[in-house]
Design a protein around this ligand. Structure first.
Ligand code: FAD
Length: 482
């Protein structure tokens, strides 16, 4: 088995020949599309990391499933050290790409499904775990990208799946056949879907007796003819289609989110990992969410590094780097960013071995991590906006920079501290704009709020995991209260 390089990966995705609706057009050759190509470059980065002599150790791990080295983005964690390395690798990718690199969602799904199927089989006598092991071994050997697809459209949030006006508002099993199931529905907001080889669908919430049709976990190839894709818009996305890369902010990398529709998709039994066992649907959701909440303790910290670097640089370019309040604001950004990282590392260090043999994060600390992520990147963005100045929202375009009349004015009036080129100052401002208000803010801010569930979901988990009764009992013991 050979670990793919970024180039191998790009070729393999091109060969899938996926089509999507992009900005109102049915579009093929997605790798050539200006909106899609930067997101594929970001995924390719996760492959190249395994071949770089400086990062190879971080990006590779030995998998007991195939007894060989695999890319860590497909690894089933064998120790808390593996969990820590995952977070470190994600930070590295975030720092270097300054965007969402889209590959952790499948890794988090796999670790959750691996342990859940083991326990489900023990109770129900099913054979999901062996099926999943066979499937995931193949994923590891082929070094594939897998999209973890949990989020259903959900319709009226006050109603259960069966009570919705349309039963497809939660992805469901529509038909059972002797050799498999037919699924119907959709998954929204899918990160990197069109850059993936495979999709792992999972239930979106804890299902109850009577909701067996919605308790489905299965693997579907992205090039299955019944799966349709509608590309998500990002703020200022069409800047990526312009001639100059300056106004894009991030000239190389970008994220991707896709509405994904399953139109009567047949899934053979060997690709089904939960089908109607409602008592394991919530366990799967909780585990996937917790791994993913840990993930944000790495990836968002890396993007935070890029924002902090850009903020410190623009302060130098503006001639304010020495001011005490500016230094203090940058220290505040670092403090918030490292607080998130501390949570990502600590929930990993305190990870536990599951009965299936893989390691799970500490649930309480993973949820504390993500709850911080729903706030701190917004505060980092606020501080970066403060330090950068109003040009962040009012700067003329790159096209005007090249204009014989406007260009010289821009160069004259956007000059700031000596020794810095105006174009470089514009580049830095555009990167900050990208992260706080542009295409990059989808991954850095909106995803920080909603990805892996909105803040209330973490609060519920924290209240369940915190052992509040024990704390009360402890105080009573201390004070001699009955
Ligand atoms: C950039 C981005 C990338 C993402 N990537 C992925 C991905 O790769 N895979 C994936 O599966 N998902 C992904 N998601 C989806 C993410 O998990 C969801 O957005 C999140 O779970 C929130 O669901 P929602 O968007 O439907 O919002 P809602 O669930 O509608 O939440 C909106 C608000 O309503 C509240 N609310 C919701 N239901 C109720 C209720 N019954 N009672 C009271 N209050 C309620 C919530 O607490 C929240 O405050 C992504 C999201 C984003 C933004």
């Amino acid at each position: 088995m050979a670990l793919k390089t970024g180039k191998d990966y790009l070729k393999s995705i091109e060969e899938l020949d996926l089509e999507a609706h992009v900005l109102g057009q049915k579009t093929g050759d997605l790798h050539e599309h200006g909106l899609v190509a930067p997101s594929q470059e970001a995924v390719a980065f996760t492959f190249d990391g395994a071949h770089d002599s400086e990062t190879g150790d971080l990006f590779k791990a030995v998998s007991p499933l195939c007894d060989d080295e695999v890319n860590r983005f497909t690894h089933l964690h064998q120790s808390s050290d593996d969990l820590v390395k995952k977070v470190m690798m994600q930070r590295y990718c975030g720092t270097k790409t300054a965007c969402c690199f889209q590959r952790c969602v499948g890794l988090d799904a796999a670790n959750a499904i691996f342990s859940t199927t083991f326990e489900c089989d023990a109770k129900h006598g099913t054979d999901y775990h062996q099926r999943f092991k066979d499937y995931w071994r193949w994923v590891q050997l082929e070094d594939l990208v897998v999209d973890g697809a949990m989020t259903d459209p959900k319709g009226d949030r006050s109603k259960r799946p069966a009570d919705q006006a349309d039963p497809d508002l939660f992805l469901r099993v529509k038909e059972r056949r002797p050799d498999g199931v037919v699924i119907s529905g959709a998954k929204l907001h899918q990160t990197g879907m069109l850059n993936s080889h495979e999709i792992l669908v999972m239930p979106t919430l804890t299902m109850r007796p009577g909701e067996e049709a919605w308790a489905i976990c299965a693997a579907v190839p992205t090039n299955h003819p019944g799966v349709r894709y509608i590309y998500g818009r990002q703020t200022s996305d069409t800047r990526k289609l312009e001639d100059s890369m300056l106004d894009v902010g991030n000239p190389v990398f970008g994220g991707q989110e896709v509405m994904t529709v399953f139109e009567d998709v047949f899934v053979p039994h060997e690709r089904v990992f939960l089908d109607g066992e409602v008592d394991y649907s919530g366990i799967m959701v909780e585990r996937f969410a917790s791994y993913h909440r840990q993930s944000y303790g790495g990836c968002k910290v890396g993007v935070g590094d890029a924002l902090i670097g850009a903020t410190a640089l623009i302060a130098q370019m503006n001639g304010v780097a020495g001011a005490s309040h500016i230094r203090d604001k940058i220290v505040e950004m670092i403090h918030l960013n490292e607080t998130i990282y501390s949570c990502g590392i600590s929930c990993s260090t305190l990870g536990e071995r599951m009965p299936a043999g893989n390691y799970q994060v500490n649930l309480l600390l993973a949820n504390v991590c993500k709850l911080n992520v729903t706030r701190f990147p917004y505060e980092l963005a606020r501080l970066a906006t403060d330090v950068a100045g109003g040009l962040l929202g009012t700067m003329p375009s790159a096209a005007d920079l090249d204009d014989p009349v406007a260009g010289p004015y821009i160069k004259k009036y956007l000059a700031a501290a000596e020794g810095f080129a105006v174009t470089d100052r514009m580049k830095v401002l555009r990167l900050i704009e990208n992260l706080v208000a542009g295409a990059g803010a989808v991954g850095y801010l909106i995803e920080s709020m909603h990805g892996a569930g909105p803040p209330t979901a973490q609060r519920i988990m924290i209240s369940r995991q915190a052992g509040l009764k024990d704390k009360v009992a402890q105080v009573k013991r201390l004070l001699g209260i009955d």
